[in-house]
Design a protein. Sequence first.
Length: 284
Amino acid sequence: MATSVGRAWKDLQVETINLPAIQKGTIMSETKEVQIVLILAGEAQFEEREIGGRWLTTRIAKGDFFLTAPGPLYEMRWKVTGPLPYQAMVVSLGLPVFERAMKDVFGKDAEAVSLRDISGFQDPFMESLMERLLVELRLGHQASPCFVQGAAQALAVHLARNYTFVSGQMQDQRKGWGLPGFTLRRISDLMASNLADDFSLARLAREAEMSEFHFSRMFKRTTGRSPSQFFISLKMERARALLRQTRKSVIEIGLELGYTSPSHFAQVFRRETGSTPGAYRRQA
């Protein structure tokens, strides 16, 4: 495991760490920087909550990210569900470089825009960038200041463009820019916990305490997909995992995800992934 040292790491700090198999409830102190965590190895059931709030659960594995915005105290805990090691890469992005990126992307509206907190998501661009940063980290004092600072700026702009929402008065003026992080997380958890059920926009809108119309607009602004499209993507993500990790038949997997017709399940799977369930399993 390693920690960034030297003049190259002015705009961000990077470390790789071994994590314990079980972590009981731990209060995380208020942070002044943007923090990104990438799971490098292992699987776990991860839980987090605002102090005194309801626990939110995420099943995480290699390649999953956590994004934490500067903000108040929160609590987290986890339990490893697969073989060790359980390892992570922790990146702390300096506030000055992130604030410059926000102004670059949003101009005079930057102060009305906030970074979202998201857990257990994947981002191919960030994963590729992290792989390059790991190479620089292993170089120790020979890491390139030019490359690291450029990576910090690219990361900051990527976060500003893809993981922010408009808050406060500006949100009232410009309805539909996006859902707050914890609302999106609550809705995503509700979907993921009920993959075998029929899609219900009304149920999701009630959970978000919004009208169906306003919820749909804000959800698409935040994720780039409609609620129904997002729900299908969660189903297909689960289907791919079951095809890779279990010996269940295609029919059983379809039934588990609410598809009573095998042909309909295969049709949706091919539309979303470009492959039939059987071909995907053979290639996995």
